[in-house]
Design a protein around this ligand. Structure first.
Ligand SMILES: Cc1cc2nc3c(=O)[nH]c(=O)nc-3n(C[C@H](O)[C@H](O)[C@H](O)COP(=O)(O)OP(=O)(O)OC[C@H]3O[C@@H](n4cnc5c(N)ncnc54)[C@H](O)[C@@H]3O)c2cc1C
Length: 318
């Protein structure tokens, strides 16, 4: 038996996020899995049909914790202490990265971030994660309990199976002294699909030469039902907000198709997109590193290639 705690996150509609549904699939792929999903606050209606054995709600974690996660760290740590799961899986999000690392520190456990595969290894667990800025994949065996893992979005497909889980509330007596209070939160303005959940990502880099071309990239992303990404160079130049940055210090994405336009393919950028199913590059330098990773590519000026690319996509979609 492998006991796994999946720490859920909800999307803007208050429903269980796609990345959590993917983490459940990863958990259920382990040997003889016993999966419990933990939800901070009230469980959304859709949680009652999740295909897992049990759901634990944490009523003592509230919205005021947003961005700080002191309460979530303390309460989930206390749940882990009392239930002793072998594996705790978070999504690789701000929440998962912060709470997972803090919990691992508190419990002196191993923390493996940004994993793309989880499996059993003897009595322990084995994870695969990109290393050296995404240039290689390494497999790590974690013999200690619990193994605390963040899972990259998009590497497992969300399941469609439904179930009838037992729903329980976990009352924690942990008293968290608030040293910071959140006075307000501002939701990121965004149209369409979240970058991390998109099946198509159209990313632009310094080769675009300025902010204006990002509107053409947005047109292509909209035509494909995807999202716009960017290299750090483009974000640092102020051409697009940093929330679009893909890479080591940005977001990790695993879409079906990642279209990199005017991006050289530096290892720090590839760290965030190398697990995409197919990379398509448009770059005027045929020796650019991006072509080592790309399955398809156009060696040329994006200004010439992109309009016909967009027109063809629109034609095929019509
Ligand atoms: C600690 C650290 C963390 C980092 N984290 C990240 C990260 O998270 N994400 C990230 O992206 N970077 C990150 N970087 C920066 C990274 O090393 C690169 O500097 C950056 O990715 C380069 O961005 P770029 O490819 O847009 O620009 P460049 O490397 O300048 O490449 C521009 C490309 O555009 C092409 N080009 C130019 N004109 C055209 C045209 N008209 N048509 C087609 N192609 C054209 C060029 O041939 C070139 O290949 C990090 C660096 C460090 C040190």
């Amino acid at each position: 038996m492998t006991s796994i705690l999946v720490v859920a996150e909800c999307d803007e509609q208050g429903e269980i996020s796609q990345s959590t549904l993917q983490a459940i699939v990863a958990a259920k792929g382990l040997v003889d899995p016993v999966v419990t999903v933990v939800i901070a606050g009230e469980a959304p209606a859709s949680a009652s049909t999740l295909a897992v054995g049990k759901i634990v709600t944490l009523s003592s974690v509230d919205d005021a914790d947003a961005g700080i996660y002191d309460q979530a760290t303390a309460v989930i740590s206390s749940l882990v202490e009392s239930t002793s799961p072998e594996i705790v899986i978070f999504s690789k999000s701000d929440f998962g990265s912060v709470v997972g690392a803090r919990m691992a520190f508190r419990s002196d456990s191993a923390f493996a971030s940004d994993c793309i595969e989880i499996s059993n290894a003897g009595d322990g667990v084995s994870v695969t994660r990109p290393v050296y800025g995404g240039s290689a994949l390494a497999e790590f065996e974690i013999p200690t309990r619990p193994a605390i893992i963040t899972l990259r979005a998009g590497v497992y497909e969300a399941g469609t199976e439904t179930g009838l889980p037992l729903i329980e509330a976990f009352e924690s007596d942990v008293n968290v002294e608030r040293v910071v209070s959140v006075t307000g939160t501002v939701a990121e303005a965004r149209e369409g699909v979240r970058l991390e959940d998109a099946n198509f990502v159209v990313s632009g880099g310094r080769g675009l030469g300025g902010p204006e071309p990002f509107s053409v990239l947005a047109d292509l992303a909209n035509a494909l039902g995807g999202a716009v990404g960017a290299s750090r160079a483009a974000c640092d130049a102020g051409w697009i907000d940093h929330s679009h940055q893909v890479g080591l210090t940005g977001k990790s994405v695993s879409p079906d198709v990642y279209i990199a336009i005017g991006i050289s393919g530096a290892s720090q950028h590839m760290a965030g997109c190398s697990s995409s199913r197919a990379i398509v590059a448009i770059n005027k330098d045929g020796d650019s590193n991006i072509f080592k990773e790309a399955r398809f590519g156009i060696v040329g000026d994006w200004e010439k290639a992109l309009p016909s690319f967009l027109a063809t996509v629109r034609e095929l979609k019509a």
